[in-house]
Design a protein around this ligand. Structure first.
Ligand code: BTN
Length: 260
């Protein structure tokens, strides 16, 4: 699959743009913009999108198989792109599709369906925000713990080259997504490093449940074990703390920061 890039200079949100122009955009188009004036995150949040420092992109998916795997495809591609540029940065997936380094978020994904035909999703837009050269002062202004490649490694990255790396990985994972969904699921589940840990889970209504992240079902739901019962969630958010991380992850992150 060849991902074609459509480059914009400034736009409200690449997701909004891709949904607005969906009919005219070929399958596999990646709409990227240097700047977003109204970047959107999950759960109604704002996505901080200053010009020229990060990747803001939205992938057009015309024939979504299992819609939740669209997020998985993007998360794995982002992880691979980060890894290829900065091998010491140990990124992982935090369910459903945040990309984290230690206890900080480096990338987020917003999947939106465009239309429903015959009772199933007919098209999707998968938006990706990847913090590349966002400076520590800017990161401190974000309302949740956040990081960037710059903050993790102490150097800046060529945004164009980073986008090319992402496109290469998206092309590969798009093929896996289209033809080998079980394989994509397995890779995504393996990248979800918090499985097995005790953590706080925030339901979409705001209720907090503390329990053990037992597993992810094949249809993408999170299984939380609490007081001997299992609960299944298809949305919500994991709240991460130092106790949710393994000693190895904490050491790796602290080493990375010492090497800056
Ligand atoms: C999240 O973690 O809350 C999801 C963040 C998604 C941000 C990206 S940036 C490109 C695309 N356009 C948007 O408005 N949002 C997504």
């Amino acid at each position: 699959m060849n991902i074609e890039i459509l480059e914009l200079d400034s736009v409200d949100s690449t997701n909004t743009y891709a949904r607005r122009h969906f009919a005219g955009l070929p399958d596999g188009t990646l709409v990227v913009s240097r700047h977003q004036t109204a970047g959107r995150g999950r759960l109604g949040r704002v996505w901080v999108s200053p010009p020229g420092v990060n990747i803001y992109g939205s992938l057009v998916i015309k024939n979504p198989g299992e819609p939740f795997l669209a997020g998985a495809l993007c998360a794995l591609a982002i992880m691979e792109a980060l890894q290829s540029a900065a091998p010491a940065v140990d990124a992982y997936v935090k369910w459903p599709n945040d990309v984290y380094v230690g206890n900080r978020k480096i990338a987020g994904i917003l999947c939106e369906s465009t239309e429903i035909a015959a009772g199933r999703v007919a098209g999707m837009v998968a938006g990706m925000g990847v913090n590349i050269n966002l400076a520590p002062e800017e990161l401190a202004r974000i309302d949740q713990p956040a990081t960037s490649l710059l903050a993790e490694t102490g150097r800046t990255y060529d945004l164009k080259k980073m986008t090319e790396r992402l496109v290469k990985s998206l092309s590969r994972y798009y093929i896996i997504y289209s033809g080998f969904p079980d394989r994509l699921f397995d890779a995504w589940k393996a990248a979800n490093r918090l499985i097995g840990r005790r953590l706080d889970f925030i339901r979409s209504g705001g209720e907090c449940l503390t329990g053990r992240f037992a597993d992810i079902t094949r249809d993408g739901n999170l299984l939380l074990e609490k007081d001997g019962e299992q609960y299944k969630f298809n949305c919500g958010e994991i709240r991460i703390s130092k106790t949710s991380l393994s000693a190895d992850q904490i050491i790796k992150q602290q080493e990375g920061r010492r090497n800056e």
